[in-house]
Design a protein around this ligand. Structure first.
Ligand code: UN1
Length: 460
């Protein structure tokens, strides 16, 4: 992990003079202590039964809903998420807890016949113990929840280390979750690299979302200890537009996926691949849609593109423009806050940084392709493979033309960003490591299989 911090500071990206948190970093010792306390609390939580766990998760969902307005306002202030999107994230968070509140009642195994003789074979899934979760700032309620809720549902205890930029959101979420759970079962340890490393060195299962460099280091460390690990990392997601697409609809979806929350999602679109005759009308429609994106104060419900998380993050967007002419944007609005205008470039040469590295800003490159097969080759030509949106009216294209796309998720006639929490989430190549998260896949990840052989006692 890259950040070594003595003091944790979180400030509003729309007004950097607004400091939400300034606390001493708790240190490695405190992180390991939280894991130890979680390990002591976990057996009773597991043994408490399905109804107890289900009721606790339902209580969290209810309390998130009851606090919805306040939580959305906190995400606006701390991580600059535009209000309408922040409200949607809080609603998604409540739905995630409600969905996983049913999981304790799900079957945990299978019964099989023995190969020969009398007896029974059972397979059953058991929790690992303590789940160590390391989460980013961009979905400060939803990502901790879609990791913690399934881990808790199947009987693990949880220690969560949020990104420093989202410390206040994580602490507020902890208050809500802790009200519903026995002491020690869910703990937030604020911090940076030191605390994160300590959790990775002590927990029984690790789930990470964040940058590729850190995720790969986490995966190596956990694998070295022999504990299960999943890491959700970067994306360099393509939108492929076929000539038969509804170009106006495609432009709207793609503009939202480029500029929504200033492109600060691993699912954002950063490459737009126009097939054949789609190029000219798409260029025009997308430029118009991007110019129309409301940029500004995240507290305004009409805002779609708010500020970048930090001055450094905005600098990355400007650096990525190097040597390119912007069709739209490429400018930095005046005033406090780390804003950048939604930006579209054309003519980026092969190998340009924009086509190799995740920038995490409201910027995308428009690229031409001769036909669908060419578009798929371009889409695959990056080290990442998280999500690809495809815009077409053709069912054949959607169902059979995309087999060779090297990507974890395909979204037809929809923005690349946005996910359904009840389905598995994850990608290929440098985007993801280990089993999928979310949906039922998460219940498998947070448990280990055990096989029982039951033979009759005595003579048969
Ligand atoms: C979304 O697109 O709604 O960190 C979710 C991220 C992803 C989640 C994206 N893991 O941006």
């Amino acid at each position: 992990m890259t950040t070594h911090l003595d003091t944790l500071t979180s400030r509003s990206p729309a007004d950097p003079s607004d400091v939400l948190v300034r606390i001493p970093a708790p240190g490695a010792f405190a992180a390991v202590d939280a894991v130890d306390r979680a390990r002591a609390a976990q057996p009773d939580w597991q043994a408490g039964g399905a109804a107890t766990r289900s009721a606790a998760l339902t209580a969290v969902a209810d309390d998130v809903e009851a606090a919805a307005g306040e939580l959305a306002a906190l995400a606006v202030r701390e991580v600059g998420k535009p209000l309408t999107e922040a409200r949607a994230e809080v609603a998604r968070t409540a739905a995630i807890w409600r969905y996983y509140a049913q999981a304790p009642y799900e079957p945990t195994g299978e019964v099989h016949e023995v190969a020969a003789g009398a007896g029974l074979l059972l397979s059953r899934r058991r929790p690992h113990g303590v789940a160590g979760l390391i989460t980013p700032w961009n979905f400060p309620f939803a990502i901790p929840s879609w990791k913690a809720a399934p881990a808790l549902a199947v009987g693990n205890a949880v220690v969560l280390k949020p990104a420093p930029e989202a410390t206040a959101c994580a602490q507020r979420l902890a208050e809500i979750v802790q009200r519903a759970l026995p002491a020690g079962v869910f703990t937030v340890v604020p911090g940076g690299a030191v605390e994160g490393n300590a959790i990775v060195s002590a927990a029984d299962v690790i789930s990470f979302t964040g940058s590729t460099a850190v995720g790969q280091a986490v995966a190596r460390a956990a694998t070295g200890r022999g504990v299960p690990v999943q890491a959700e990392m970067g994306g360099l997601n393509a939108a492929i537009v076929l000539p038969d697409a509804d170009i106006g609809q495609a432009a709207g979806h793609i503009a939202a996926a480029i500029a929504g929350y200033a492109g600060q999602k691993c699912t954002a679109t950063s490459r737009v691949i126009a097939v054949g005759a789609a190029l000219d009308p798409l260029r025009e429609a997308l430029a118009e849609a991007l110019r129309a994106v409301p940029v500004g104060d995240p507290a305004d419900a009409a805002t779609v593109c708010g500020p970048l998380i930090s001055e450094h993050a905005r600098g990355q967007v400007l650096d990525a423009l190097h040597g390119l002419r912007a069709l739209v944007g490429g400018t930095v609005p005046h005033g406090p806050g780390w804003y950048a205008a939604p930006t579209l470039v054309e003519g980026a040469p092969a190998g340009h940084r924009l086509l190799r590295e995740e920038v995490f800003g409201p910027i995308a490159a428009l690229l031409p392709a001769d036909d669908l097969a060419h578009a798929v080759r371009i889409a695959n030509s990056v080290p990442y493979g998280l999500v690809t949106s495809v815009h077409t009216a053709g069912l054949n294209t959607a169902l059979s033309g995309l087999d060779r796309l090297d990507t974890g998720m395909i979204r037809i006639n929809a923005p690349s960003s946005g996910v359904d929490f009840h389905l598995p989430f994850g990608g290929t190549k440098a985007s993801s490591h280990g089993p999928r998260e979310q949906g039922r896949a998460a219940l498998e990840f947070y448990t280990a299989g055990r096989t029982y052989t039951l033979s009759p006692a005595g003579e048969m």
